[in-house]
Design a protein around this ligand. Structure first.
Ligand code: SAH
Length: 212
């Protein structure tokens, strides 16, 4: 279903500068309409963020593609995602052959994402907890993607990155963030590139915003 719409979405992503063919192929394959609420399905292949309940959103496809392209996951690499939400970003990472670990703080979102992973037979490891402290057990990760915006870069996420690995995280205030692309050069050296003007829902936790 929606094959034509998926092809059109991929052309939009390409026209906006996403050039990694493996990433584009993953967008052709993963069915975004399965990750949005029923009443949103007709909008699933528009390049916009959509509400998924509890005040959260499934990120805009362009943003998912951009972050994925920056991580460029290779088969068997370990990738950690903070903010499972609908599970769509995790499914894209899985489609690229990554061993995907994902953390969501909202129990209801965690449960429905797990159900969808099961249904689609995606072997994604997920847990419900505060992602700002990372997931030490399976570290180090070749890539870490944070899909919610925080005030600072959580120290544990930098620690849990492998040397040569990349962390992509929106940092800023609650309205607008800069996407920080952080490469770990050695155990205590990092190189950071910044891309302005992204808007994510808040990263809430020990090393994020405090819940009101
Ligand atoms: N990657 C998701 C985007 C969901 S929006 C997708 O593809 O649909 C970001 C998600 O981050 C929300 O579901 C929110 O509940 C979650 N979140 C915010 N702070 C978090 C934290 N500290 N740990 C884990 N998840 C968090």
């Amino acid at each position: 279903m929606y094959e034509t719409e998926r092809k059109e979405l991929v052309e939009i992503l390409r026209s906006k500068g996403i050039s990694n063919q493996r990433v584009l192929d993953a967008f052709l394959k993963v069915e975004r309409h399965l990750f949005v609420p029923d009443i949103m399905k007709q909008h699933a292949y528009k390049d916009v963020a959509l509400p998924i309940g509890l005040g959260q959103t499934i990120s805009q496809p362009y943003t998912v593609a951009y972050m994925t392209q920056e991580i460029d996951p290779q088969p068997k690499q370990k990738i950690l995602e903070i903010g499972t939400g609908s599970g769509y970003q995790a499914a894209i990472l899985y489609e690229l052959g990554g061993r995907v670990f994902s953390i969501e703080r909202h129990n209801d979102l965690y449960n429905s994402a797990m159900k969808m992973f099961d249904k689609l037979n995606l072997k994604i490891a997920a847990r419900c907890s505060d992602g700002t402290i990372g997931w030490d057990e399976f570290s180090p990760y070749d890539g870490i993607i944070v899909t919610a915006g925080g005030p600072t870069v959580p120290i544990n996420l930098k620690k849990q990155l492998s040397v040569g690995g990349r962390l992509v995280i929106p940092v800023g205030d609650k309205q607008v963030q800069t996407l920080q692309i952080i490469t770990k050069i050695s155990e205590d050296e990092f190189q950071t590139n910044e891309v302005p003007y992204f808007a994510f829902v808040p990263l809430i936790g020990k090393e994020g915003w405090k819940e009101k």
